[in-house]
Design a protein around this ligand. Structure first.
Ligand SMILES: NC(=O)c1ccc[n+]([C@@H]2O[C@H](COP(=O)([O-])OP(=O)(O)OC[C@H]3O[C@@H](n4cnc5c(N)ncnc54)[C@H](O)[C@@H]3O)[C@@H](O)[C@H]2O)c1
Length: 278
């Protein structure tokens, strides 16, 4: 038994790439990983937002660099991972967190709607996995012969929408379901390199994402709709809870660190029990 029970949760010496790092779950994960000792590469479509996360990490004494990255463009995702290698010498962890809601009834979906959802929520995650595997095989998997879990960790973000069906979010739900199966399949393919692949399926978590449908036409928050949503989401949870970005980041830290070294191929649900009765 280690003297400090939290040692296994440290990420000292590890290099982590995080997409969607400008806001919400990605931002919280980047800050928590840095606080745990990782060197963090923050990527986001919102490059300025990513830089703001970097600034906060540095102010708190952590190490990070930021880069604008549209995950729907393979070359930009490759460049984000290459930044980890050039800035910090390799890659140990990638958290593919960038994603968005795509509302619309299935019967109305145009090719453009379909492409937008699939490109961001599914292909963006696949690009991240592919770039990470290349980097991890190069600097980790080959050296240790794999099978000891030290080749690297890939964390992908799915959603509680794979458990609960809602009208009008079909593209979101089926791209997130695909991400869950992607992670299970990939874990079988890269385990031989010592790479673990874990998927998170967060429940309702208070971020900018949560309020996507709760605005008035002029862009202001519809307070009544917002309050009703909070009541609804809390009502689904046996403990009456709504998640915070940090709740998801704590699970990410567990999975990314040695504390989670016996995890791979699974979908982890941090959702306040919101899907328990379904
Ligand atoms: N918040 C929830 O309740 C919840 C629940 C389940 C799953 N999720 C998932 O968690 C992830 C993070 O969501 P969040 O709640 O933090 O939302 P958020 O809106 O706060 O953050 C999403 C981030 O992704 C970035 N992004 C969007 N498109 C991008 C692109 N093309 N390339 C790079 N970055 C891009 C945005 O700029 C933003 O910074 C998403 O994949 C979302 O589907 C969220």
């Amino acid at each position: 038994m280690k003297a400090d029970a939290l040692d296994a949760f440290r990420l000292d010496g590890k290099v982590a790439v995080i997409t969607g790092a400008a806001s919400g779950i990605g931002e919280a994960t980047a800050e928590l990983f840095a606080a745990a000792g990782a060197k963090v590469v923050c990527g986001d479509l919102d490059g300025e937002g990513a830089e703001n996360t970097v600034k906060r990490i540095r102010e708190d004494g952590g190490e990070a660099v930021g880069q604008a990255c549209n995950v729907t463009a393979r070359a930009e995702v490759d460049a984000l991972v290459e930044r980890a290698v050039s800035a910090y010498g390799g890659l140990d962890i990638i958290a593919n967190i960038a994603g968005a809601m795509f509302p619309g009834l299935i019967e109305d979906l145009t090719d453009q709607d379909l492409d937008a959802g699939i490109n961001l929520n599914l292909k963006g995650v696949i690009y991240g996995c592919q770039a990470a595997i290349r980097a991890m095989k190069h600097d980790g998997g080959k050296n240790d012969g794999g099978r000891n879990g030290s080749g690297g960790v890939i964390l992908n973000v799915s959603s509680g929408a794979i458990d609960l069906a809602y009208e009008g979010i079909g593209v979101y739900a089926f791209t997130k379901a695909a991400v869950a199966m992607l992670g299970r399949t990939l874990s079988l393919e890269v385990g031989r390199y010592g790479i673990r692949v874990c998927t998170l399926a967060p429940g309702s978590t208070l971020t900018n994402f949560t309020t996507w449908r709760l605005h008035n036409e002029d862009g202001t928050l519809n307070q009544q709709a917002y309050d009703e949503f909070l009541d609804y989401a809390r009502g689904l949870s046996p403990i009456g809870a709504l998640g915070e970005a940090l709740d998801q980041a704590y699970l990410m830290l567990y999975l990314a660190s040695d504390a989670g070294k016996f995890t791979t191929g699974n979908v982890f649900r941090s959702n306040g029990g919101q899907t328990t009765t379904f």
